[in-house]
Design a binder for this molecule. Structure first.
Ligand SMILES: Cc1ncc(COP(=O)(O)O)c(C=O)c1O
Length: 413
């Protein structure tokens, strides 16, 4: 499907996902291209969280652990996420942050593959993934080494008999490059290597099938395309063939077989619940649970089609002036090699993004020189995308970014 700026309005009128926009609270005058970093607020969440605070906490107090089923939220939310990532019920839990979940699954995976000493990843992986791998290796006595591919095509050659785990982010946070999860998992398995996939930029951005891909473990964020709110609980998936046969190091009471028996010794739950550690953050869980309710109605193939078409429209509009203003596309043009974002490397990227935000187009900046735009098909429309590209053009033509206040770096970029 090729849509240009003239056809954008018509594309919006026939968009099969158009009704979802009404399910979100979106401020007037904003074109939101940062749902890949913090998803917008689904309408039901405000009321649900208010109920959890006012009634469940305020009135029912501690009884709500049972009556409102707070205690089961990690599994209930996990099952909702399972449907979005192509996993069976009982294989996903919501818990902790993505970083902490990676610590747990990487530790477990290395234990499942004793005798092998290498973790393979990518230099361009999201830094927290690499930092956690360093920490896990240190924790295990420093006998594991981290080998980093310089480019995606270098990965298969690194998979040898000493590799215990292949740990990758499915869609790269800076470039938007998308790996072939099934193909790389197959190549890893042929060498006896376990795989961990970080789905932070793919869960809720496209149809996924972790089960068909035979991923061993997966982790991901609740606050990006899943719209669970700032600091929402993250999730983790464990292939059922590893249930029972693994140990994770954060052996807290919520992962115990019978936490409310208060036994002195740790006996892990046989299933994915073993990956829970302590008391779940109920308010965050409730928000994420409500945000996930709408995914049952989403046609994931239509979602992916629209995601690709929105990004294509944006790239095509920007092609008209990219060279003139030194914007270099770093996202692959091939549909099967990208996620749901488009990124450009450019000089003065930080200031350009601040100028865009000042005119209501919200994207973000990733050091040293990337301006990044996320496309969330549930609440974004084609006309907005065309308009965002023309605002970018105006900012570049007018050098509107060249103001001191746009060059002052904030803590979060
Ligand atoms: C690929 C990837 N992994 C992990 C994270 C960080 O996750 P958390 O802050 O939940 O630990 C991010 C955050 O943007 C990310 O992009």
């Amino acid at each position: 499907m090729t849509i240009d700026s003239n056809a954008a309005q018509e594309a919006d009128e026939t968009d099969p996902l158009r009704s979802f926009r009404d399910r979100f609270e979106l401020p007037e005058g904003v074109i939101y291209l940062d749902g890949n970093s913090l998803g917008a607020l689904p309408k039901g969440v405000r009321e649900r969280v208010a109920h959890a605070i006012g009634t469940e906490w305020g009135t029912d107090l501690i009884r709500s652990w049972n009556s409102a089923e707070w205690v089961n939220l990690p599994q209930k939310v996990g099952n909702r996420i399972a449907r979005v990532i192509g996993a069976k019920a009982g294989t996903v839990v919501a818990a902790d942050s993505t970083s902490v979940n990676l610590f747990k699954v990487l530790s477990a995976a290395l234990n499942l593959n004793p005798g092998r000493r290498t973790i393979v990843s990518e230099r361009e992986n999201f830094p927290t993934d690499l930092y956690i791998a360093e920490g896990v290796a240190r924790q295990l006595g420093g006998k594991h080494g981290l080998v980093l591919a310089d480019a995606p095509q270098d990965i298969p050659a690194l998979l040898d008999e000493d590799v215990a785990v292949l740990m990758l982010t499915h869609v790269n946070y800076r470039t938007g490059y998308r790996h072939d999860m099934a193909e790389l998992t197959k190549a890893a398995h042929e060498k006896g290597i376990l795989t961990i996939w970080d789905l932070a930029h793919s869960a809720g951005a496209m149809a996924l099938d972790v089960e068909a891909a035979q991923a061993d473990f997966a982790i991901g964020c609740g606050y990006k395309y899943l719209n669970g709110g700032p600091g929402a609980p993250a999730f983790l998936y464990v292939d059922p063939r590893h249930h029972g046969g693994f140990r994770q190091p954060l052996s807290g009471w919520f992962g115990h077989r019978v936490p409310f028996e208060f036994e002195p010794g740790y006996v892990p739950s046989g299933g994915v619940e073993q990956y829970l550690c302590g008391t779940p953050p109920v308010l965050g869980m409730v928000a994420l649970d409500e945000a996930l309710a709408l995914w049952d109605e989403v046609d994931m193939d239509a979602l992916r089609r629209k995601s690709l078409a929105l990004a294509e429209l944006f790239m095509r509009e920007i092609d008209a002036f990219a060279d003139e203003f030194g914007l270099r596309l770093v996202t692959p043009r091939e549909a099967d090699k990208r996620g749901s974002q488009v990124s450009y490397a450019c000089e003065n990227g930080y200031a350009i993004m601040q100028a865009l935000i000042a005119r209501g187009v919200i994207g973000d900046f990733r050091a040293p020189d990337i301006i990044r735009f996320g496309f969330t098909p549930l609440y974004l429309n084609y006309a907005e995308v065309a308009q965002a590209a023309s605002i970018l053009r105006a900012i570049l033509e007018e050098r509107a970014w060249d103001r001191p206040e746009y060059k002052v770096r904030t803590a979060v970029t």
